[in-house]
Design a protein around this ligand. Structure first.
Ligand code: 6H9
Ligand code: ZN
Length: 373
C-alpha cells in the first residue's frame, strides 16, 4: 500500500477543477488544499494547536533550512519532525532545490549536486539527490520532494533543456535511495517556459511512476499569463489518479486559476509574510491595517470570519497593535490570513462538489480587488 494515495471525489464537468482527498500516514485531507509554510519547523507565530483549530491538514517545511540548522541528525534523534515540532498532521518537505537555486552565483552546480555557502555562517555545503533524500528521511515527512533545479526566468532553451534532463536524472537517483515505506516521493516537473521541454519532463517522470507530481519552476517572475499557459499545458498530461502540486503559489486569484487547471495542492509564504507586514486578506482584497481608515473601525477584520482574531478583536485594535509594533498584532493577522485561505479553499471545494465552480470563480474574480486597499 503506497504511503500517499489520491481519491477523486468530483471532477468539474466544464474545467480541470476537481475535489478529492489525499491519504497520508499522518491523516487524510481534502483537496484543493493550501499548505501553511513552516520553513524552519514553525509556521511563524502560530502554534500546532492553532493550526489544527484553523483546519490545516498539512504544512510545508524546508529541507534547505533544516539541513543548515539544526541539522537533520538532531531532528532524527528527536524522533523526526512531527515529534520535534509537536505537529501530528501531515508534513510535506521540499527538497532544497528552489532555495539553493535562489542563492544565485553563490552556488556551483555539477551532475553530482550543488555546492554552496550557508547563508547562516558562510560555511561550504553540498546538496545532492542523495543528501536531500537522507535529510528528508531523517525528518520523516509524509511527502518528500525530489531534488531538482528550479530553472530561473528567463532562461534560454539550451540551458532549460540541459537542466531539465539533469532534473530527470536526479529524480531517478532520488527514487533509488528514498526507500522509506512511510513516505511518498513526488517528482517535480520542470522545463522552463518551453512546452516541449515540459512535455518531456512530464513523460520521463510519469515513466518513473511517482505517487504524486509537482509543477515546479513557475511563479519565478514570469507574467501570470505565461504561468497559466505552462500550467495548462503541463497538468493536462499528468495522471488523473495522482495529486498535482503547484509549488510556491499563491495569491487567491492564482489559487482559483490553479484549481481551474486541475491543481490539488498549493503552498505560499504570502499569507504569513503579508501578515508580518501588517496586511489582512479578505474576500474583497487586502486591508493595509496601518491605514487611517481603520482608526475607529470597530468591526472585525472580516465579517463572517470565524478565526480567533475576528471573534475577539476589532480592526481599530489590530491597527493600533501594528502601529505600536506589538508582536500580538502580527500573530492575529497570521491567524486570520491562514484561516481565510482555509475557508477560501473550502468554499472553492464545495463549489466544485455542487457543480458551481464556474460561478464561484467569476464571482470571486469580479469582487477581488487585486491591489492592497
Ligand atoms: C514563489 N514562487 C515559487 N516558485 C517555486 C518553484 C519551486 C520549484 O520549482 N522547486 N523545485 C519551489 C518553490 C517555488 N516558489
Ligand atoms: Zn478572521
Amino acid at each position: 500500500m503506497p504511503a500517499i494515495t489520491y481519491e477523486l471525489i468530483k471532477q468539474d464537468p466544464a474545467t480541470g477543477a476537481r475535489a478529492g482527498i489525499i491519504h497520508t500516514p499522518h491523516g487524510s485531507f481534502p483537496t484543493p488544499i493550501f499548505m501553511p509554510v513552516g520553513t524552519q519547523a514553525s509556521v511563524k507565530g502560530v502554534s500546532p494547536e492553532e493550526l489544527h483549530d484553523m483546519g490545516a491538514g498539512i504544512i510545508l517545511s524546508n529541507t534547505y533550512h533544516l539541513f543548515l540548522r539544526p541539522g537533520s541528525d538532531l531532528v532524527r534523534e528527536a524522533g523526526g519532525l512531527h515529534k520535534f515540532m509537536n505537529w501530528d498532521g501531515a508534513i510535506l518537505t521540499d527538497s532544497g532545490g528552489f532555495q539553493v537555486f535562489s542563492l544565485g552565483d553563490l552556488r556551483k552546480i555539477t551532475e553530482e549536486g550543488v555546492t554552496f555557502r550557508s547563508h547562516i555562517d558562510g560555511s561550504k555545503k553540498f546538496l545532492s539527490p542523495e543528501v536531500s533524500m537522507k535529510v528528508q528521511m531523517d525528518l520523516g515527512s509524509d511527502i518528500v520532494m525530489a531534488f531538482d533545479e528550479c530553472i530561473p526566468y528567463p532562461a534560454d532553451y539550451d540551458y532549460a533543456k540541459a537542466s531539465t534532463a539533469r532534473t530527470t536524472r536526479w529524480a531517478q537517483r532520488c527514487k533509488e535511495v528514498m526507500t522509506s515505506p512511510h513516505q511518498g516521493l513526488f517528482g517535480i516537473v520542470q522545463g522552463g517556459m518551453y512546452k516541449d521541454l515540459r512535455t518531456r519532463s512530464v513523460n520521463e517522470l510519469v515513466e518513473m511512476d511517482f505517487p504524486g507530481y509537482a509543477v515546479g519552476g513557475l511563479s519565478v517572475g514570469e507574467p501570470k499569463e505565461l504561468m497559466y499557459e505552462m500550467l495548462d499545458h503541463t497538468v493536462e498530461q499528468l495522471p488523473k489518479d495522482k495529486p498535482r502540486y503547484l509549488m510556491g503559489v499563491g495569491t487567491p486569484d492564482c489559487l482559483v486559476e490553479g484549481v481551474m487547471h486541475g491543481i490539488d495542492m498549493f503552498d505560499c509564504v504570502f499569507p504569513t509574510r503579508v501578515a508580518r507586514n501588517g496586511t489582512a486578506m479578505t474576500w474583497n482584497g487586502r486591508l493595509v491595517m496601518k491605514n487611517a481608515e481603520f482608526t475607529s473601525d470597530f468591526r472585525p477584520l472580516e465579517e463572517g470570519c470565524d478565526c480567533y482574531a475576528c471573534r475577539n478583536f476589532s480592526r481599530a485594535y489590530i491597527r493600533h497593535l501594528v502601529r505600536a509594533n506589538e508582536i500580538f498584532g502580527l500573530r492575529l493577522l497570521s491567524l486570520h490570513n491562514l484561516r481565510f485561505l482555509q475557508r477560501f479553499m473550502h468554499e472553492m471545494r464545495q463549489s466544485i462538489i455542487e457543480e458551481r465552480f464556474g460561478e464561484f470563480r467569476r464571482n470571486f474574480l469580479d469582487n477581488y480587488n487585486y491591489g492592497a486597499k
